[in-house]
Each structure stands twice: as C-alpha cells, then as structure tokens.
Design a protein. Sequence first.
Length: 261
Amino acid sequence: MGTGPIPEPVTAKPPVGLVAALPVELRCLISLTIQRHIPLLCGKQLVCMVSGMGATNTTLAVEKLVSLGFKPGALISWGTAGAIQTGLQPGDLLIPGSVRTSDGSELKTCTAARDLLRELLQVNAVTVHDGSLLEAKDVINTVAVKQALARDTGAVAVDMESAELGRIAETRGIPFLVIRTIVDAADQSIPEAVTRTIDECGNVRILGLAKELLYKPVLVMTLFRLSRAMHTACKTLEMVANKTDKLSEVTDIMLANTSLG
C-alpha cells in the first residue's frame, strides 16, 4: 500500500486510526495535501485524520472514520503536548503508559506497542519519557498552572485530545497508543495574546495577530520561540515515522492485540 487519499475502505483487516489535532503534526507522516476530516492512508493499515483541537473534535474525527466504513481496530493519538513537569524539553518524545482524564480516571495504553516503539527508537538521540499524560480542557498558558497540575496529578505533560481518544478506544474494546512530542517546557508560558490568534487547527489569524503585535511587539520573540519549538517537536515526530516505516511495525502489533478482525 502507498500513501494517499482513500476513496473507499479496501483493507482486509481493520485499520489503525491515527488522529492528530493539527495539519502540521500529520505532515510528519504524509506529504500530500491535508484537509480536516479527510482520511488519508499512510503506510500499511494506518488511516490518518486531522481533527482540530479538543475532545469534541476528536470524537467527530473518529465518527467520520466510522461513517466512511473505516472501523478502527486500534487508535493512536499523534502530535504534540505541553510539559508540566521539569526535565521535559521541546523535542522530547512522550510515550505514556496511561492518560489521566480530567475526572481523575486512568486510561491505559497498549504495552506491547509502547515496548516495541521504545526498542525501535533506542539507538536514536532523543529523550523518551513514559510518565502519565493529563487531559486538559483548554490550552495551559501559565507556569503557575503547570506547576499546580504537576503537583496535584503527578502527570508529566498535557494535551487536549488523547484522553477522549482513549475513552473511545476503551468503549470499543480496542488498543490505544499515544505518541506525543513536547513543544513547550514546564517553565515556559504561552501568552493569551498568542492563543487568541490561532484557530482550532493551528492556523494563524493574520489580522488578529497583527493587532496583537501592534500593542505588544515583544510577542515577536515569543512567536519565534514557539515556532522553533514546534519545528523541533515535528522533527522528532518525523524521526519516529522514519524509524518505524510510517508506524507499520507499531500498527501490526496493535492489531495483533485487538479483539476485532
């Protein structure tokens, strides 16, 4: 199988559904034009889709896959995360053993897939973390909030999509895996002026950004730092894709652990 759009489901066994919030995150796997809620085939048995940020958009993306006939045999949450514990830096890889939801419950990830992924990446110069990932309802902007979440939950990083994907996987009785790279460290804040100018797919609202920069020109340095950190994070995702044959080895072991098919 090659990489490209999928006109109709043709796989003999259930695919692994990979959901990324942002097109820039999925570009590490696919070189074609990426559109939200349009499924793309990437390597063997892997169907990818951009959802947009947040739990609701994640649910809609999986529902779209199912409605198109791609009933997933496993699910992967792919993309970036923000660190809340010290020691995690932009570009570090997080393969968490569990995702802690906003209500305090815990969703386990696929042990066999995590172990294989760590084995495949062990010779690479990237720091891999396996602590818990925490569900966030919104972007965590301030260092103080990050410190409080780290202290209260013991998690090492946050994102807004993985927990919802884990809940869907648990409901469907299929394996679940999270592969995330760190964008912002625990001691880095993200000004609200920046988050106000970005839509749910990470696209910058140019007029809004120009207005913010007019009143706060110091934001230029913040934007430069965030852009550089995102580039570093995506390079790690690209390395993961290259070292795993676009995750084909990981999808194989996840489907071997599924109750479907």
